[in-house]
Design a protein around this ligand. Structure first.
Ligand code: COA
Length: 334
């Protein structure tokens, strides 16, 4: 049976840097509060109209294909993870298929928020193990900035999220010493509304919202119960990392690099302390990009690779937690 390896990574973030000081001009907030609570110093926000979720995903995908050293025409399936699609439907998977000028291969859109990239990787891994596909493009891309409440009312959410995209080319290999060892997926829908965007929705279409025209209606902005999310995240991250390690007979000390979803630097530091990991075993870049949801792991993984922090043969763990709640991990022998 074939194994899956990540043979190329890529990422793209918009040029427009928005610092904490820039946010002070939009809402009552300050650098000290944001840095202390989240670790974030700046994020990238698309200049309105200048890019899209699929547009950023396309640029990340091109880099990943180039780094994989294959021709785009060898891609035989696309998986696109996002919570901020260009349109309500169709999802951006088909836009990528068109933008890359590919033959009519399949394109799957998945909606698993912060866990989206790891869920996508898991799907790719299963298709490759069964022999159905050989080269799968997995993309995570988010354009949050257009949908945030950038006033003091929305500051608990809007200071955290940034725009960007990351992509991986997942390929079949017969090398038994490398590849994705296992993936682990979880969900707990009873907490769905603790981190959610409730409108517009099939239960509440735009015309209802327009008719009501209620400026105090915040259901069309993302809502987050921050404290509640934090408490669950710091439990679920170590749990799902340990699940992956135990299944493969490893301990936290065996991890060469943990790439946690960049939710909040305090969450990553808490997980690091709980698992007794050294600084050089964990990669964080939320300081520069904020939380880019489905894009955060592939962006961080690409940067860690570019900085030479992951070498062939390393044990790499990806772990995510977010809206749903959903959480997931993947253990990879690089
Ligand atoms: N700037 C300044 N003050 C702010 C603020 C901001 N951007 N956002 C909220 N505040 C204020 C609140 O209004 C509140 O004021 P009050 O005490 O006068 O009522 C105070 O700061 C504390 O708010 P609270 O929400 O309790 O802060 P917190 O310590 O829980 O931190 C989060 C908020 C969101 C940073 C934190 O809960 C968190 O990181 N949660 C996890 C979120 C996450 O990782 N989400 C992504 C998951 S994938």
């Amino acid at each position: 049976m074939s194994r899956s390896i990540i043979s190329g990574m890529g990422f793209y973030v918009p040029d427009n840097i928005v610092t904490n000081q820039d946010l002070e001009k939009l809402m009552e907030t300050n650098d000290e509060w944001i840095t202390e609570r989240t670790g974030i110093k700046e994020r990238r926000w698309v200049i309105p109209g200048e890019d899209s979720t699929s547009g950023m995903g396309f640029k990340a995908a091109k880099m990943a294909i180039e780094n994989a050293g294959i021709s785009k025409d060898e891609i035989d399936f696309i998986i696109f993870a996002t919570l901020s699609p260009d349109y309500y439907f169709p999802g951006p998977g088909v836009t990528i298929q068109e933008a890359l000028d590919l033959p009519p291969i399949g394109a799957l859109d998945i909606r698993n928020q912060c866990s989206g990239f790891v869920y996508g990787l898991s799907i790719a891994d299963q298709y490759i193990r069964t022999g159905m596909y050989k080269n799968i493009l997995v993309i995570g891309s988010e354009l949050h900035s257009g949908g945030l409440d950038k006033t003091t009312r929305g500051r608990g959410v809007s200071v955290i999220f940034g725009d960007g995209a990351g992509a991986a080319v997942v390929c079949a290999t017969e090398d038994e010493n490398r590849g994705i060892l296992s993936t682990h997926l979880h969900a707990e829908g009873k907490h769905a509304k603790e981190l959610a965007l409730l409108s517009p929705a099939t239960s509440r279409w735009v015309d209802t919202i327009m008719k009501e025209h209620d400026p105090s209606d915040i259901s069309y902005y993302p809502h987050m119960n921050g404290n509640f999310v934090f408490k669950h995240a710091v439990t679920r991250f170590p749990e799902v990392i340990m699940e992956a390690l135990q299944q493969n007979g490893y301990t936290p000390q065996d991890i060469d690099m943990l790439i946690p979803h960049q939710a909040n630097l305090r969450i990553s530091q808490f997980v690091q302390r709980t698992m007794k990991l050294n600084d050089d075993q964990v990669y964080n870049n939320i300081q520069r990009y904020g939380n880019t949801t489905a894009a955060s792991i592939p962006i961080a993984l690409t940067e860690a690779l570019n900085e030479g922090k992951i070498k062939k043969g390393d044990l790499v763990c990806l772990a995510a937690f977010g809206s749903g709640f959903t959480w997931a991990s993947a253990l990879i022998r690089w």
